[in-house]
Design a protein around this ligand. Structure first.
Ligand SMILES: C[S@@+](CC[C@H](N)C(=O)[O-])C[C@H]1O[C@@H](n2cnc3c(N)ncnc32)[C@H](O)[C@@H]1O
Length: 311
């Protein structure tokens, strides 16, 4: 990893001073976490620098500092943020990922919610859907359990990366995406197309796709009133503050009896977000803490945690 007080080019080094580009990189890191939630800690700063260098070169911007000003003040900043989000995204996903949560949804969560809603539509949101494997797996699980014939269900899926949402809208997948699917599901839901696999168009048409940044309440807020939210494998990339911001938005907008699914490797427990963990069938989900007071939802500083729980 590069030392922060050495210039990138080696020219003009002043001992004890950060080079202009190293300083600009840190400014960009702060701006990116504010705007997208994605935090590049010191262990991943080289990766951020590499990706920024590519974006900066592609745009023909002279330096990281110029790029910082472009993102902050340029009339073209929205387009530049879009390109950057596409570049920073980690498009790792696949069909039927952590299926215990789909089983919990169809066997435990939906029966409870359907009874409570009395025929009103149930709304499900896949909030960082990547190229669509997660919401399409949800739709498969709902169809296989007979839910579409039973109650009205709306599924929305969004991601901050417009390029990934475009891939989701296209609905054609490579072998890697299907690696966890049984031969039966592969045969039931896909047809060969070129070297890839096309998802069943009727299943695909059940999902409303959108581009939405979770940190932008104008974009994500209207989707966040869903009864069930899947927001999996995205908080692992976020700063604690960004996770809190998103969780608070969800707590404010989801119905009081809604369910939030995050990945098994993620946790909201120490962040004081107003959500508590609940066992649903053989999986865990987060539900709103009936007691919303700060005393009942303490944020535990990292240094107070046992070493094994610090990340
Ligand atoms: C590792 S994928 C997870 C996909 C899927 N949820 C799953 O669990 O398989 C993380 C996704 O989060 C998206 N993402 C990152 N920051 C985001 C933000 N601020 N708002 C919405 N999506 C974001 C990325 O574009 C990427 O598609």
């Amino acid at each position: 990893m590069r030392e922060w007080n050495t210039p990138r080019s080696g020219a003009g080094a002043v001992p004890g001073r950060r080079s202009p580009s190293a300083a600009a990189l840190l400014l960009l890191r702060d701006l990116i976490v504010q705007k997208t939630g994605v935090f590049f800690g010191d262990a991943r700063i080289d990766m951020l620098e590499e990706r920024l260098d590519e974006v900066v070169a592609a745009r023909g911007v002279p330096s990281l500092l110029d790029y910082y000003y472009l993102l902050r003040y340029d009339p073209d900043a929205a387009a530049a943020w879009g390109e950057l989000m596409d570049r920073l995204s980690v498009p790792e996903t696949y069909f039927w990922r952590q299926p215990d949560q789909f089983q919990a949804l169809v066997e435990v969560v939906l029966p409870r919610l359907a009874a409570a809603r009395g025929g009103r539509p149930l709304r499900i949101w896949s909030a960082a859907c990547c190229s669509g494997e997660e919401p399409l797996s949800l739709a498969m699980a709902l169809d296989e359990a007979g839910w579409f014939g039973r109650v009205p269900i709306e599924i929305a899926a969004s991601d901050a990366s417009a390029a990934l949402v475009a891939r989701a809208r296209a609905g054609v997948y490579g072998e890697r995406s299907l690696r966890n699917l049984s031969p039966e599901r592969r045969a039931r839901w896909f047809t060969r197309e070129g070297t890839g696999w096309r998802i069943d168009p009727a299943l695909h048409a059940r999902i409303r796709w959108a581009t939405a940044n979770l940190l932008d309440e104008a974009e994500a807020g209207p989707l966040a009133g869903a009864d069930v939210v899947f927001c999996r494998n995205v908080f692992i990339y976020f700063s604690d503050d960004a996770i809190r911001t998103v969780a608070r938005m969800l707590a404010a907008r989801m119905p009081a009896d809604g369910y939030l699914f995050i990945a098994a490797s993620e946790s909201l427990m120490r962040l004081g977000t107003g959500f508590v963990m609940d066992e649903v069938g053989s999986a865990f989900a987060y539900i709103r803490n009936p007691d919303p007071t700060p005393e009942a939802n303490p944020a535990i500083p990292r240094r107070a945690l046992p070493t094994s729980e610090r990340s």
